[in-house]
Design a protein around this ligand. Structure first.
Ligand code: MTE
Length: 332
């Protein structure tokens, strides 16, 4: 992997540079301050999330990434984090097979380095980023997101990355750009199921410009404090926490700005089942199953109850306004 750490020159800020000094230097002063009303309450919540995020276990399997805590509202859910072994062995990555256990078995043939990501289409500054440069564009934040798959299961994963908006601002979209398209690698030599008829390759996903610019939309380089394992979309993917998992394209090689709604892989495969928006919505069923509940991976004992699926996967306070006035049954 070509993701650089402090050792070879690339310095992320340390946690103490990001976190208010008071947290480290004077807990009592901080607690007093926290007791002083609204600002204090917000800080208390922040401190709680901070403490929670520190519980993320580092599996020690791949190259570590230096991370800072995220201050983006909604970026850290306090739910129990899914075990690393579950998050990395129960995957959808059809380029490596259609069974949940296929990607972990087969994705060793993916070469995540060297890697480039091309930015093209309606932008003032089209660019070709080497992964090492893309990684350095902004500090890597830890974001603990729920991921809800359209198939009815979910996980809680500590991702590492930065808001996609940071990259978008850098390349300066033209006024005519209305959508962003994400194109995954489709190389038969590295990906044994590219060429199979299950999808029209490459895997393409897309977002409306305001969705792509939303601070929760994460350009993702790692999980559990380390670089992404191949089966989870190494070396770079998108994670859009309020949408079904398939909107989060893996192993991305191109980001294209367009004025047309992108023709996405699953929409092309079954337009009546997989819409462009695909916001998590317990009130709009998939034609073949209900979306009202979900099974949390790792909680599947005999007596485990299904959880209620939340509107926008629980991110309604942050993203609900993006869809004000839209008929979400029509725009599924
Ligand atoms: N990206 C590519 N390129 N190919 C895929 O098959 N599957 C999607 C999404 N991104 C997929 C993809 C689906 S259906 C889900 S649920 C998530 O990846 C799963 O991500 P995870 O394996 O990291 O949990």
């Amino acid at each position: 992997m070509l993701i650089r750490t402090g050792r070879d020159g690339f310095q992320h800020p340390t946690a103490s540079e990001i976190t208010p000094r008071a947290v480290y230097e004077d807990r009592r002063r901080l607690l007093k301050w926290m007791a002083t009303g609204a600002a204090g309450a917000a800080l208390a919540q922040w401190a709680q999330r901070e403490a929670f995020a520190q519980q993320v276990t580092r599996p020690g399997k791949l190259a570590p990434l230096q991370v800072v805590r995220s201050t983006v509202p909604g970026a850290v859910t306090m739910e129990k984090i899914t075990e690393y072994k579950d998050a990395t062995s129960y995957n959808n990555f059809y380029e490596f097979g259609t069974d949940k256990g296929d990607p972990v078995e087969n994705a060793h043939t993916l070469k995540p380095s060297p890697w480039t990501v091309e930015i093209e289409g309606l932008v003032k500054k089209p660019a070709k980023f080497a992964l090492e440069d893309l990684v350095k564009l902004a500090p890597q934040e830890e974001r603990i997101y729920r991921l809800r798959c359209v198939e009815g299961w979910s996980m809680v994963i500590p991702w590492v990355g930065y808001s996609l908006a940071k990259l978008i601002e850098k390349v300066e979209p033209q006024g005519s750009a209305k959508f962003v398209e994400f194109v995954s690698l489709a190389d038969r030599k590295q990906m044994p199921y590219v060429g199979s008829r299950v999808l029209d390759w490459p895997y393409v996903e897309g977002l409306r410009m305001d969705e792509a610019m939303h601070p929760l939309t994460l350009l993702t380089f790692g999980m559990y404090g380390e670089v992404l394992p191949n089966q989870n979309g190494a070396p770079v993917r998108v994670v859009v926490p309020w949408k079904y998992g398939f909107k989060s394209g893996k192993s991305i090689v191109k980001i294209r700005f367009t004025d047309q709604m992108p023709k996405t892989a699953w929409n092309k495969a079954a337009a009546n089942e997989y819409g462009f928006y695909s916001n998590v919505n317990p009130n709009v069923d998939h034609p073949r199953w209900s979306q009202a509940t979900e099974r949390r991976i790792g909680e599947d004992g005999l007596f485990a109850r299904k959880r209620k699926t939340l509107m926008f996967n629980g991110y309604e306070p942050q993203v609900g306004q993006l869809y004000a006035g839209m008929d979400l049954k029509k725009n599924y």
